[in-house]
Write a protein that binds this ligand. Structure first.
Ligand code: 5GP
Ligand code: MN
Length: 319
């Protein structure tokens, strides 16, 4: 079956001249790294490639090719690829006016298989790891730029090889990408260590209000925080990873107020818990240990609803 799909995809790529690749809103390193890694490999094979992220790639200027990323697709394409998205809403408006994707490459267990071909491998730590496996099988090749982008995706989703799904095969893939020219120390520093002064002050706003109750830790970031501090993004600047450092917390949550009466929620759980289903029940998705959703409603109201449901999940897991 895998071999059959691989051959179909290889043929589709070979027959396509213009290829569009998109990934999700509020892109993380796996979204940007997978998009660029595949995109640059396709360009190396002589394809005309457009790479689109609705929210741009401002945090990823250290990745080769990031200056090519557009916020909206333009023109017509022979093939449309979506990477690291479990449903079609995840791309935001990036595919408005275009049909269903020809290919979806993803590792979320909540994936809805919304493409004509779906390469969905929930056991993989990152979409970039799937692409590492498939690039040669699809008739494409690595170079140092492709390798840097894919390793960046793996480092991002494993938070620097720290998640419990990292095994020896992940490290072997990372080592192979380094042999293709990826610079691990540079990726690590740019992606996980360095934050802007503004981002760290933005963390401060959230950390100031941090709450803990019986295994749950949470806080919020408001539109007013962003305006006061001058933080330009609409994300949490990875504050949720700081919250996950609280030893007593079995689940960490962050609520990020958005415009248009929306709240972005992120869940992070200890290895024996699964927060993907709860995110899915709120219209989002993700993995057992890390999931998210965009929920309609006012900040306080969404916090109340989500904390109540998360508390239920935690209580049930203790029975
Ligand atoms: P984060 O909380 O860092 O945004 O995301 C954690 C995980 O959940 C990531 O794998 C991300 O792709 C997924 N995720 C986050 N938000 C959403 C969402 O609104 N919809 C879906 N389907 N997945 C999400
Ligand atoms: Mn991912």
């Amino acid at each position: 079956m895998t071999q059959e799909i691989n051959l179909k995809i290889k043929d589709k790529i070979a027959a396509s001249e213009r290829i569009l690749i998109v990934s999700h809103v509020r892109p993380d390193a796996d979204a940007a790294g997978s998009l660029l890694g595949l995109g640059l490999a396709l360009q190396q094979a002589g394809k005309t490639v457009q790479m689109v992220l609705q929210d741009g790639a401002d945090n990823f200027d250290y990745l080769p090719g990031s200056d090519q990323i557009l916020r909206q697709a333009e023109g017509s394409f022979d093939m449309i690829v979506v990477v690291d998205c479990s449903d079609s809403q995840r791309v935001g408006h990036a595919l408005d006016g275009y049909g269903a994707p020809d290919l979806v490459v993803d590792h979320h267990k909540t994936n809805l298989n919304f493409g004509a071909n779906n390469v969905v491998e929930p056991e993989q730590v990152a979409t970039a790891a799937i692409l590492y496996d498939r690039i040669p099988e699809w008739g494409l090749a690595f170079n140092s730029d492709v390798a840097n982008c894919l390793l960046s995706g793996i480092v991002g989703d494993t938070i620097g090889f720290r998640t419990s799904n990292v095994d020896a095969s992940v490290l072997r893939r990372a080592a192979a990408l380094m042999e293709h020219g990826a610079d691990l120390a540079h990726i690590y520093r740019e992606e996980l260590v360095l934050k802007s002064y503004t981002a760290v002050r933005y963390w401060g706003a959230g950390l100031n209000r941090l709450l803990y109750e019986d295994g749950l830790v949470w806080t919020y970031l408001s539109l007013v925080d962003r305006e006061k501090i001058g933080y330009a993004g609409n994300d949490d600047a990875d504050l949720v990873n700081v919250l996950s450092a609280v030893r007593e917390a079995e689940i960490a949550l962050i609520f990020i107020e958005q415009t248009h009466n929306q709240v972005k929620v992120s869940w992070r759980a200890q290895p024996d818990l699964d927060v993907s289903e709860i995110a899915f029940s709120f219209g989002g998705g993700g993995h057992a240990a890390a999931a998210g959703a965009d929920i309609e409603g006012d900040l306080q109201e969404v916090m109340t609803r989500v904390i109540e449901k998360t508390r239920e999940l935690l209580d049930n897991s203790r029975k």
